[in-house]
Ligand binder design. Sequence first.
Ligand SMILES: [Fe+2]
Length: 374
Amino acid sequence: MSVPILDTGIKLVKNVGSFGFGAGSLNDLPGYVNSRRTRAVEARGEGKVVYIIDEFFADRPEIIARLGAQTSDRIEFVATREEPKTEAIDQRVADMIAAGFSKPAALVGLGGGITLDTTKAVANLLTNGGVAEQYQGWDLVKRPGVHKIGVPTISGTGAEATRTCVMTNTRIGLKLGMNSDHTVFDHLILDPELTATVPRNQYFYTGMDAYIHCVESTGGSYRNAVGDAYSRETINLCRQVFLADDMMSPESRTRLMVASYLGGCAIATSYVGVVHPFSAGLSVVLGLHHCVANCIVLRAMREFYPAACDEFLAMAERQRVTIPNGVCKGLSDTQFRALYDATVIHEKPLTNALGSNYRAILAYDKVESLFRKM
Ligand SMILES: [Fe+2]
């Protein structure tokens, strides 16, 4: 795969407003939230806060107690069995408004990529009105969202740093985010202690999302020196984590949290490549989660990313993690057609990776044979 490199520069990039970082920094959350609460009380006489939390923490009262929620606040949990769907986001917003939380002082999202993306989408909808699918695309969100604070509890997706929140729109069979400056978090708490209890496989798959973003971005043609620098350091940190004896030691968890954040900054300034479009196909058609789908795809992508594919397999072996196999076995022609459609629609990343004639390279038979390898 060889595409001419174009120095795109960067027109404008919005970063996260502020962040705190370090083991135990969750303890700083109540103070930060209360400053927003006070500001809202002064402005309009009330300062209620909504906490949107990964359901995994429903059984972790010791974490919930540290959030400093008040009795007038709302705590809701997010199911993570399925990735966010536009209808589910719309329902959540409707429920929140019906419960009297149409103008919260802040939203706090605590969890993985699904929870963080849900928080971002809800924040935009509360101030912009309408339904989620109206804003799927580039720069369609008109007004700043509710002030939002992200607390990631797993590292890799970069959802804490990006200007998008990915949702599946089942009506049109497409996975697409609200790409907007208004989607960027106002504040983050990056506390590596929170990732200590993540199951090992999930920790690996999710961490590899950061690695894959940056392999794709440095393998593409639309480049700039800032994106390249973020990507190089993300890959470097991922190597330190996944080629170490224990990817989940406190040092490794700290490094991976930084890699996830920098990887998010990398994709905010550049594009992904061939892996993410195929992975989106697996998510839309077969319902596979984003991060495990990426791993399944990368293993089948040696012809496009030979060095990264080998390194990734070495990392999986070192950490004794297995990647699911045979996920496209026995699929019908209709399903392969749906996989093809949901893949080749991702014009920007595929052009970044393969050039403007990517549809000739990824002809139907080629795409089907790649899916069959997965
Ligand atoms: Fe990703």
